[in-house]
Design a protein around this ligand. Sequence first.
Ligand code: GDP
Ligand code: IMO
Ligand code: MG
Length: 408
Amino acid sequence: MNIVVIGAQWGDEGKGKIVDYLAEDADLIVRFSGGANAGHTIVSNGETYKLHLIPSGIVYPDKQVVLGTGMVIDPEALFSELETIEKQGINWSNRIRISDRAHIVMPAYKQLDREMDSKRRNPIGTTGRGIGVAYSMKANRDGIRIGDLSDSNFLDTLSKEERSFLDPYMDKLVSMSVNMTYLLEKHKGGKVLFEGAQGILLDLDVGTYPFVSSGYSASAGAALGGGIGPTDIDKVLGVFKAYSTRVGNGPFPSEFLAERDGNLEDVIREIGREYGVTTGRPRRCGYLDLVALRYACLTNSITSLVMTHIDVYDDMDEIKVCTDYEIDGEITREFPSTAAKLNRAKPVLKTFKGWKTDLSSIKEYDKLPQEAKTYIQYIEEYTSTPAGIISVGYERKQTMMRIPLWTE
Ligand code: GDP
Ligand code: IMO
Ligand code: MG
């Protein structure tokens, strides 16, 4: 069975935590998109792991992981990340494979990434990790792929600087490389998890263009970038926070506003520890946006939602969600395709009663307070999608599975 896990908002929904939780039962974990712009946090038995390139299954001692075709890989960032996790006691040798079709992020790309952002008509607030440049080089058919490192004719075309950067990593990368189609073929019938990066609203096509990243964060990306075809995807899990966050620039209709919401943004940012894993930037915070979440379900064939961070609302008297947009005097549930229109969208808010209960140690859905269940049920009905997993804290064990996953 092939299960895809994607972010259903603007990234940082808790994909790393959920993939880690599910990976216990998986045979193989494949990351299918993005690069070191991502930051996936796992907290297990009090130890925190911050992963950028390595798939989240790596924390288990026996899991095989693959960095997929859809990824762009900075070798320096990769080996520094491997060194960090090794110091944390993770033995990764012989457990990591890299698609020979994945592209390499070269040092010059990072500088160029920042320069291009400052010159853009609409600066995005890129993480500056060279991601956009690497994907541009790929689309321009002038990129460097992992598989190229074993081709001496190709290596001869590289500049001296490029060679001296790549040389220390060359043998290691070549030994890890794999033609992943056939690796995935061997796992047919097994349990394979596909880990997305970013969130669908940062997807190049589906997202809030031009304020997006440049890979495929949508579930369809698992088919292209994960080594399988589209009908081999059995389930799609869309991870979302009980509220919304966004890092960097771009439209955010349900963002908290001081004049309407007082200090709610500061409160949520502190309780939810909403600071970026990769850049440390404070995340912008807002109400859960159901117009956007429904759009995520429609564009990604989400079979089950995964709600995280519901515990962050534990002390609230009331909780609001955005159910509609008011755009130019019209009420709509359609997610607009332009940033200009999204910027004019005013959220229509519906209020729910808070549960005023500490959810962090609750282990079963039935034990949740009725107010929390009412909030979840409303989201399920609105999106016509069940919420199969509920996360009530950052620890692996603070997770409730409502619907068995690895069964048909
Ligand atoms: P990702 O990019 O989607 O993997 O998410 P990040 O790791 O960037 O950000 C999610 C943050 O929320 C991390 O610090 C997690 O440890 C934390 N987290 C994940 N799930 C929950 C949850 O249910 N409750 C709370 N309070 N924190 C969570
Ligand atoms: P994870 O996988 C949140 C944002 C950046 C910027 C825009 C483009 O941890 O959810 P880029 O560096 O790709 O050119 O940046 O996208 N961004 C993310 N925001 N989570 C992420 O990944 C992100 N990856 C990129 O802040 O606004
Ligand atoms: Mg993140």
